[in-house]
Design a binder for this molecule. Sequence first.
Ligand SMILES: Nc1nc2c(ncn2[C@@H]2O[C@H](COP(=O)(O)OP(=O)(O)OP(=O)(O)O)[C@@H](O)[C@H]2O)c(=O)[nH]1
Ligand SMILES: [Zn+2]
Length: 297
Amino acid sequence: MIRKDQGIVIGLIAGFYDVQTANDIVRTRARGVFRKNKLKPTVGDHVKIQIDDQGTNYLVEVLPRKNLIGRPALANVNHVLLVMSAVQPDFSLQLLDRFLTFFSWQGVAVSIYLSKSDLLSSSKLNKIHEDLLYYNAIGYRIYYSQEEVANNLIHEIAAENIWTLAGQSGAGKSTLINSLQSDVKQETGAISNSLNRGKHTTRTVNLFPLGKGFLADTPGFSAIDLTPIKVKELCDYFIEFRKASSNCKFRGCQHLNEPSCEVKRLVEAGEIKKSRYDDYLLIRKEIENGRLPEYLK
Ligand SMILES: Nc1nc2c(ncn2[C@@H]2O[C@H](COP(=O)(O)OP(=O)(O)OP(=O)(O)O)[C@@H](O)[C@H]2O)c(=O)[nH]1
Ligand SMILES: [Zn+2]
């Protein structure tokens, strides 16, 4: 009997697409038509499938994508958990602002996890916590320990939502994924083993179930390029600037030298963090020059 169903591509193994439906995981082959259309199904895609109990199951249609980001690419990413290390590599507000700008531009929500707190003295750690309080105030959720991530993510990841990790090389992304994945494996060991999940190479990405949705098992971002952003739009991606800009005198105010600029007023009043404004100017310059700054090469 041939049936139709729908689901999310959670893995790609030797030309087969594993599709999570409401009931189970179905291993499918893509119909040749995708090659002609140059539309290759990607992990994260919502797809229609045709199930043949006697023969081959086919992936027959890719539903419209919300986005396609990262390397390896992942479709329909809802949320990024940004891993920022307290040390090794050193915590950097500039790097944090770069990542936040990038994901704001991509329309993806971000939460922040501060890793390696255990390696830092409490006075240095306090300074970082103080900085992060500002980011929390403007709307970013912050996690301060691996346990906090593990305890909360299962409630935070909504049905069918796809989360992925980002962060600098060495920040602790793989360490976190491994710990979250081993929690899940204990619950769903049978399924994981039957699909050989975990035996992936670094170039493939698989989704594993977490909370009501999924987390990618391979981090998609360690370096980002902001130069494709339109310079006039950049200020919109600093979320507190965008909020304040309705009170700037001029519509389309770039918060540079315009008179009666609310953003500049708030920076001077200490309500917008000065380093955010400085990073805005820095990224602006980077976009205008059309290339990555030397220190990031
Ligand atoms: N002390 C301590 N070490 C950590 C923590 N998180 C990660 N590490 C260590 O930091 C090193 C780098 O961690 P990874 O998880 O490989 O970092 P990554 O972000 O996946 O790095 P890339 O694969 O290069 O992108 C490893 O030696 C980890 O054991 C932490 O919270 N505390
Ligand atoms: Zn302004």
